[in-house]
Write a protein that binds this ligand. Structure first.
Ligand SMILES: Cc1ncc(COP(=O)(O)O)c(C=O)c1O
Length: 456
């Protein structure tokens, strides 16, 4: 028997894809309730209705994976392996690429960092999210952190120079596909070509690109790509690392435990002998998260069926509305590395003259029911560059101690995607305009590191 997947939900062309939470009302500090406008997709996107329906249809058949003789265990194992194949197709994997199910992008990149051959030199830009900036040094790699480029061409040239001057030995470049701060799309294909010209490998952090754009590993010619289910409308605890098998096959298993081993025995000298799998199971020790993997595969199917290019076109229209709206507020400065004409996904950060970003975000939530993010977005070096921070000037994640109205080293991020109705973007622009024009209607204070409305 098979588990029936949910039928595509009929949506009008140009309408948002149905997501959970689309009708949730939230209270306003000023009285009354409004429909919540979720504009923080870059942190975690809401679950697609299709994903939820697929998970619900499978849930009664849930069973252990790779360990049970029972019918439901067999069925769950089949679904888990089919999910791997679906993800491989979604990412345009090559014949001998592996898809490893992880917990998230952070987990995927830490796995790869743990699999680097000894002496690997890693090249990253300071513009990376901390998940792609930090795992390498921790694993003993020799890390070169390149300065933020100001054009895509400069990025490629700067990588070229760095790799040209690097000593012999294994090399890895790690680059984001789309910035989680500016939304700007990076020249991945060109960076991959530069990496390969110098015998380096490249891993694509697709956490922000995959939910908005087609990512094709073979076409981009990257060696690996990583993404998170919860940013791809599948918030069930799974992520993906897909790509070349060789480094992974030769590395120590990421986690030691059941499922990663072929045989284990007590040796005559009293030690434990282990033969590890060389297949993808090597890095998936422990009981796999079959619901998480199935949810990711369901999201891949749903986005493909809805048409990634069509979704991207719709998102560009919303992005246009957002950018035009903000351009009409002179106090707003949109943050950008590559300039106005750079291609972007639906992620945009800005600061407002005379406002602390945390207070602005708190007022958007408390007075308008709009959820955005404030802070440095786990990309401190990039935000510091974008805000021209002086060396040593500390940034603030969350709310600072500053009083409302004071400026600070942080920003506001709006992000959206396939489930966002146009009305949310329009409402956001109107709310931003009214806050800048009239100020906040409420008083706010910092409590446990968050900026919150003062209780009436
Ligand atoms: C570009 C980028 N890479 C990696 C990550 C880490 O993703 P996760 O928290 O799902 O591990 C994020 C999260 O915001 C991100 O935006």
């Amino acid at each position: 028997m098979t588990v029936t997947t949910a039928a595509p939900v009929a949506t009008e062309i140009g309408a948002p894809l149905p997501v959970l939470g689309r009708d949730v009302s939230v209270p306003l500090v000023t009285g009354g309730e409004v429909t919540y406008a979720a504009l923080d997709y870059a942190a975690s996107a809401p679950a697609l209705q299709r994903v939820w329906d697929d998970v619900a249809a499978y849930a009664p058949y849930y069973g252990s994976v790779h360990r049970g003789a029972g019918y439901l265990s067999q069925l769950s194992t089949d679904l888990f392996e089919q999910s791997r194949e679906t993800v491989a197709r979604f990412l345009g994997c090559r014949e001998d690429d592996q898809v490893v199910f992880t917990r998230s992008t952070t987990d995927s990149l830490n796995l790869l960092a743990a699999a680097l051959p000894a002496g690997t030199q890693v090249f990253v830009f300071e513009t990376e999210h901390h998940a792609s900036l930090l795992p390498w040094r921790r694993r003993g790699a020799d890390v070169t952190c390149l300065a933020a480029p100001r054009t895509p061409e400069q990025a490629v040239a700067s990588l070229d120079v760095a790799l040209h001057g690097a000593p012999k030995g294994p090399k890895l470049v790690c680059v984001t596909g789309a910035s989680n701060v500016t939304g700007e799309i990076w020249p991945v294909r060109e960076l991959a070509a530069a990496a390969h010209r110098h015998g380096a490998r490249i891993v694509l952090d697709a956490a922000q690109l995959a939910p908005h754009h087609r990512v094709d590993i073979a076409e981009l010619d990257v060696d690996w790509a990583a993404f998170s289910g919860h940013k791809l409308y599948a918030p069930f605890g799974s992520g993906v690392l897909a790509g070349r098998a060789d480094w992974l096959r030769e590395a120590e298993p990421y986690l030691a435990g059941g499922g990663a081993t072929r045989t284990v025995s007590r040796a005559a000298d009293g030690t434990v002998d282990v033969e590890w799998h060389t297949s993808v199971a090597r890095h998936e020790a422990g009981s796999p998260n079959v619901i998480g993997a199935y949810a990711v595969a369901s999201a891949c199917r749903a986005l493909t069926e809805a048409g990634l290019d069509r979704l991207a076109d719709r998102e560009q229209r919303l992005l246009g509305l957002l950018r035009d709206g903000l351009a009409g507020i002179p106090e707003v400065r949109v943050l950008s590395l590559f300039g106005d004409d750079a291609p972007r996904v639906g992620v945009l950060s800005f600061v407002v003259q005379g406002w602390n970003s945390s207070h602005f975000a708190a007022a958007l939530s408390a007075e308008h029911g709009i959820g955005v993010r404030d802070g440095l977005f786990c990309a401190h070096p990039l935000v510091r560059v974008l805000l021209d921070a002086a060396e040593g000037e500390p940034g603030e994640c969350g709310a600072p101690d500053a009083a409302p109205g004071e400026t600070s080293l942080n920003a506001i991020r709006v992000s959206f995607g396939a489930g966002t109705p146009e009305e949310h973007v329009v409402r956001f622009v109107e709310a931003a305009r009214s806050l800048v024009r009239d100020g906040a209607a409420w008083r706010y204070r910092t409590e446990a590191g968050r900026c919150v409305p003062v209780k009436a």
